[in-house]
Ligand binder design. Structure first.
Ligand code: FAD
Length: 285
């Protein structure tokens, strides 16, 4: 099923994410996690794509298993910046062969290795190519606080509009920990004339180590209410996990109460986290 049709239904959607293993011997662990998360019957599940790393080879396989074995609509991520046109064409052909209809089209992070291919510069180029190559439902990434490389939020919004005009059907946000940031972003998006559905990306922070990575990767604002939780429970893994899940649940309930229909949880191959969140929303969804 196409995700744009799932999003068009008049009810909130809850989706989860898995990432493929870095090495073959970790495949079984990821497969097990994906199966357990799929058992929660999410609206769809996304499978990330390594930016030039070995993990990209497993994305299509995992997405295909989700659909064939567990009956969950998959969203296969695809990045382009470290890729050749031939590699992109090959992945698109594999996705078609497996009847995978949904792709999240991304640029990927710029590789440090200067010798990498330079066929693509921005996600919009990939979106155009996917559009030309078949009947896919295409998603893209967006950044409520601006992308880290952007000169300013206005420029970032211009480029988001380019991606939508290139043919994307929905956008998924980078994680955020303060819902008011999303609400003002939604206002700016609509003011810009971008009308595609916006799926809110929620990251349940379940250990204090994640925080450093998050700030380095995305520069996401960490509100003091959130930081108090990390300060208080960061050294106690079980307490941090419980508090992180509660914080994410609280964000989701507030979003749904305020009319945001698409919720995507960065569940990071953790079925127990996905399960708890689903349970916490059992009467809400
Ligand atoms: P783009 O939309 O191309 O934007 C990149 C930068 O270029 C931005 O600063 C933008 O403002 C600017 N820009 C865009 N177009 C132009 C233009 N025409 N001229 C000048 N500047 C321009 N990474 C992975 O490796 N694998 C994944 O599976 C993955 N999944 C993700 C899922 C989500 C929901 C999100 C939010 C991010 C994900 N990422 C993933 C990370 C992503 O690849 C990085 O954030 C990357 O740095 C930007 O990708 P993009 O597709 O947003 O790029």
């Amino acid at each position: 099923m196409k995700i744009r049709d799932i999003l068009a239904e008049d009810k909130p959607t809850l989706s989860f994410e898995v990432f493929p293993p870095k090495t073959e011997d970790a495949y079984e662990t990821v497969e097990k996690a994906a199966k357990e998360i799929a058992g929660l019957k999410p609206s769809f599940m996304s499978v990330t794509y390594g930016a030039g790393g070995g993990t990209s080879d497993y994305t299509v396989g995992i997405a295909s298993d989700l659909q064939r074995k567990y009956g969950v609509t998959p969203l296969a991520h695809l990045t382009c910046v470290s890729s050749t046109r031939e590699k992109v064409a090959q992945v698109l052909a594999e996705l078609k062969k497996e009847n995978i209809e949904n792709i999240l089209a991304l640029r990927g992070d710029i590789p440090e290795d200067k010798g990498m291919p330079k066929a693509y510069h921005y996600a919009s180029e990939l979106i155009r190519e996917i559009k030309r190559s078949g009947d896919f439902c295409i998603g893209a990434a967006c950044y409520p606080e601006g992308h880290v490389e952007s000169a300013n939020k206005a420029a970032d919004m211009d480029y988001l509009k380019q991606k939508v005009e290139a043919g994307c059907d929905f956008v998924t946000t980078q994680m955020f920990f303060d819902n008011s940031i999303l609400y003002s972003y939604l206002y700016r998006i609509r003011e810009k004339g971008i009308t595609v559905p916006v799926i809110a990306g929620i990251m349940p922070v379940t250990n204090a180590r994640q925080i450093k990575r998050i700030t380095k990767m995305s520069g996401t604002y960490l509100p003091s209410r959130f930081m108090s939780i990390v300060d208080k429970f960061g050294d106690n893994p079980n307490a941090m996990k419980q508090a992180g899940i509660a914080y994410a649940t609280d964000q989701i309930i507030d979003l749904i109460a305020n009319g945001v229909k698409g919720i995507h949880v960065y569940s990071m191959n953790k079925p127990d986290v996905a399960m708890k969140i689903k349970e916490n929303l059992s009467e809400i969804l």
